[in-house]
Design a protein around this ligand. Structure first.
Ligand code: URA
Length: 222
């Protein structure tokens, strides 16, 4: 079956949970419904404050994390450092317990993913990134007070730039880089995956510095 265009299905900030546009991801979802019975197993909606001045953009739901629980970064290793850092820097309150019904509430912050359905091996294909991108464009456009975008990893950075109508090469890659993309400041971070945190490629201090910078930029913008 050929891939449908996302905007033939729905153009809005959120993909429908049973989004049909990427055949490979639909097949993976169907397999996950069998191997993870009772899991969310759908396109995971963004989570956070609709008036957010900060957007955090991840890669895609992890199979046993967001795909299982239905909330971005919830239930896998990446979520622990992300939610703890957001709480520490004042972009969240509550206690992260890896469940969508824990007490975490985001403050002035929205978390979303470049690709909304879990991909095999955490690796979306280029066509899947492109097909899902209208949802990212719509998500960012639907945040009326948005000032700063934190991208987690290079797939996120490239997709944010493309979602804003820019070339993927328009902003520098790497951790701690910063550039203007239209009306927004983009701050890049290495992805907060367990692989990156366990190997020390991304330390809690490096990660926290990105969100402290986001805080400073947001406060300076008023
Ligand atoms: N969970 C998500 O929702 N996104 C990621 O990028 C990683 C884990």
């Amino acid at each position: 079956m050929p891939a449908l265009e996302a905007d033939a299905v729905l153009v809005g900030p959120e993909a429908p949970p049973d989004c049909p546009v990427c055949p490979r991801l639909v097949a993976y979802r169907e397999a996950n419904k069998i191997s993870i019975p009772g899991g969310f197993n759908g396109a995971v909606p963004s989570f956070g404050d609709p008036d957010a001045r900060l957007a955090v953009v991840g890669l895609a739901p992890g199979r046993m994390g967001a795909n299982r629980t239905g909330r971005p970064f919830t239930g896998d290793g990446a979520g622990v450092i992300l939610y703890e850092t957001l709480i520490k820097t004042g972009f969240a309150r509550g206690s992260y317990e890896a469940r969508p019904d824990d007490s975490v509430e985001l403050i002035d912050c929205m978390i979303t993913n470049a690709v909304r359905c879990a991909p095999p091996g955490n690796k979306p294909e280029t066509i899947e990134e492109a097909t899902c991108r209208p949802f990212l464009t719509a998500r960012l456009a639907a945040l009326p007070r948005l000032k700063v975008i934190v991208t987690l990893g290079d797939v996120s950075r490239r997709n944010v730039l493309r979602a804003l109508g820019l070339k993927a090469s328009a902003g520098l890659a790497g951790h701690g880089t910063e550039f203007q993309a239209g009306p927004y400041t983009v701050l890049n971070s290495y992805h907060c995956s367990r692989l990156n945190t366990n190997t020390g490629r991304l330390t809690p201090e490096m990660f926290e510095a990105v969100f402290k910078r986001a805080r400073a930029l947001i406060e300076a913008a008023g």
